[in-house]
Write a protein that binds this ligand. Structure first.
Ligand SMILES: NC(=O)c1ccc[n+]([C@@H]2O[C@H](COP(=O)([O-])OP(=O)(O)OC[C@H]3O[C@@H](n4cnc5c(N)ncnc54)[C@H](OP(=O)(O)O)[C@@H]3O)[C@@H](O)[C@H]2O)c1
Length: 249
């Protein structure tokens, strides 16, 4: 029960990595807020599965790119579960996979601002409470593509690099306030976000991966738990790849 007495907000937890993270942290004793945007039914299923397993969870709707919605959600969650001490900033901000030469600026800008609005607004909403209590933990979900480029992914790489820099800045500024900030960087992980990729591409990626398979949402969730728990009490500003070794190639 490494997360006992903890209150966690996981953004984008109706599906994929966020859902796996919400379930794992709840199984370790945390009370979990399952944020969603459009998939209310899926979020309720995550909440139901946590409750069935004996855990505590609530669903919380907000578009995390909208500051007013984020603040309203945080107030609602804290009313239901108590003060949030852990934020997992995970929501997936969509983007087209298009070569740079054809990339529409509007789509590039929407990805950049969406990614950073989500992280900025969620952190701004929870950090004052964490600072007042002199204890808090933030895990931002970046991507291996923040450090290694991929064709068609210029917006995603730029946005996630920005997220990495933002997280490091917060680790520096918030460390003296007792708040740790770390980044988890998944490689290719089998979720709805990667369902469009052809099976052959996934198999080829598994062959290139030192651990010889694609990532699963639970692999990323396990890394989030490691950084969120007190086992990582002296770790801040870290960038933890979860990619079966691909990041070193
Ligand atoms: N899958 C990969 O290969 C991979 C690799 C590297 C990094 N990542 C990162 O991992 C994170 C999770 O990705 P995933 O693959 O698990 O995605 P996913 O399965 O497509 O799920 C996306 C989640 O984000 C939520 N979301 C989207 N826009 C939102 C918004 N504006 N406000 C609140 N929630 C929103 C969705 O909620 P609704 O359905 O309720 O709208 C859903 O719960 C993302 O940050 C992604 O960039 C993924």
């Amino acid at each position: 029960m490494r997360m006992k007495h903890r209150v966690v907000l996981v953004t984008g937890a109706s599906r994929g990595i966020g859902a796996a993270t919400a379930k794992l942290l709840a199984s370790e004793g945390a009370a979990v807020a399952v944020n969603y945007f459009q998939s209310a039914e899926a979020a309720e299923k995550v909440v139901a599965s946590i409750r069935t397993a004996g855990g505590t969870a609530v669903a919380a709707r907000a578009d995390v790119r909208d500051q007013a919605q984020v603040h309203a959600m945080v107030a609602e969650v804290e009313n239901a579960l108590g003060p949030i001490d852990t934020l997992v900033s995970n929501a997936s901000i969509g983007f087209p996979v298009v070569p740079f030469i054809e990339y529409p600026w509007e789509a590039f800008e929407a990805k950049l601002t969406g990614e950073l609005r989500a992280a900025f607004f969620c952190c701004r909403a929870v950090v004052p409470g964490m600072a007042a209590r002199k204890k808090g933990c933030i895990v931002a979900i970046s991507s291996g593509l923040s450090r290694v480029p991929g064709p068609g992914f210029c917006a995603h790489s730029a946005a996630k690099s920005g997220l990495d820099g933002f997280a490091k800045s917060l680790a520096l500024e918030l460390g003296p306030l007792g708040i740790r900030v770390n980044v988890v960087a998944p490689g290719l992980t089998l979720t709805d976000a990667t369902a469009w990729q052809p099976q052959e591409a996934k198999e080829a990626a598994a062959k290139r991966t030192p651990l010889r398979r694609n990532g699963q949402p639970e692999d990323v969730a396990a890394a989030v738990l490691a950084l969120a728990s007190d086992d990582a009490r002296f770790i801040t500003g870290a960038y933890l790849p979860v990619s079966g070794g691909v990041q070193m190639l």
